[in-house]
Design a protein around this ligand. Structure first.
Ligand SMILES: [Zn+2]
Length: 268
């Protein structure tokens, strides 16, 4: 049982063979790779929404090594401690799907998992992890799920729309929001920019009840050049580097970085 809804009319979608269909006969084909494209044409604001392919490949290669698993465990441990399964779990802005897939591994098969991202390329990659996750191309401003149908929404490093979060969550549901603090990957900023602009340490707050909110900091050592370069490539900073600094990256033997995040659990 899933709670997909039509992005045009918001009626529930029924799966009929290789298609999802609503009562108003809007049809969405399931791709060969097993995902469904629920992004409406007006939603396609950019030619290439989402991350670049180079960045996605680097991200997958880096995350697959498990360096960021401590962040995932903060989310899954909260869910284990506060919810009884089975749950409807949506990973918003799931990208290439690593966290969705690992959340399923950690929390088990009883729950229904949804991964949503605006990038078709990213969702296409995500299908390789697990065919039993509902992978959707869609817009986080028009989340294609039924009203008050989700128990948990995970939003890691992604832009959220507060009205949509409130609409999609069950009354006792919650969102786990992971955002970067000022010192997150500060070493990379020092490597790339001559001058590091310190942003305000005010983290993005949503106008909901806060169930829990804390800073999560950790040092991680990346012992290989390849992994270090992949981490650089998954950040926007890499694409801002000046030509004369490129050489530093080519010879970077390893990298120690600071993870500095705010983890907040909200209930609308
Ligand atoms: Zn419809």
């Amino acid at each position: 049982m899933n709670y997909l809804a039509c992005p045009k009319c918001h009626e529930p979608l029924q799966r009929i063979d290789k298609t999802y269909q609503c009562v108003n006969h809007h049809n969405y084909d399931i791709s060969k790779r097993g995902y469904v494209n629920l992004l409406l044409n007006p939603d396609k604001a950019h030619n290439n929404p989402g991350d670049s392919k180079e960045s996605l490949i680097a991200r997958k290669a880096f995350l697959d090594q498990g360096y960021y698993d401590p962040i995932l465990f903060e989310c899954t441990n909260y869910i284990k401690a506060h919810s009884s399964q089975p749950l409807q779990i949506l990973d918003l802005g799931c990208g290439e799907g690593y966290y969705t897939y690992r959340a399923k591994q950690e929390l088990g098969n009883e729950n229904t998992y949804y991964g949503l991202d605006i990038s078709k390329e990213a969702i296409n990659m995500a299908t390789r992890y697990d065919k039993d996750i509902i992978w959707m191309v869609g817009n986080s401003k028009n989340i294609p799920v039924c009203d008050h149908s989700m128990d948990v929404i995970m939003a890691l490093f992604t832009v959220v729309n507060k009205e949509e979060l409130a609409r999609c969550l069950k009354e006792d549901g919650y969102i786990i929001h992971v955002t970067a603090n000022r010192n997150h990957l500060i070493e990379i900023k020092h490597l790339i920019y001559d001058e590091v602009k310190v942003k305000s340490d005010e983290h993005i707050r949503l106008p909901f009840n806060v169930l829990e909110s804390y800073d999560f900091t950790k040092k991680i050592s990346i012992p290989s050049h390849e992994d270090a370069l992949n981490l650089l490539k998954m950040t926007p900073h890499y694409y801002h580097i000046k030509k004369e600094k490129r050489g530093i990256l080519d010879t970077l033997p390893s990298l120690d970085v600071t993870i500095d995040l705010r983890i907040t659990v909200y209930r609308p």
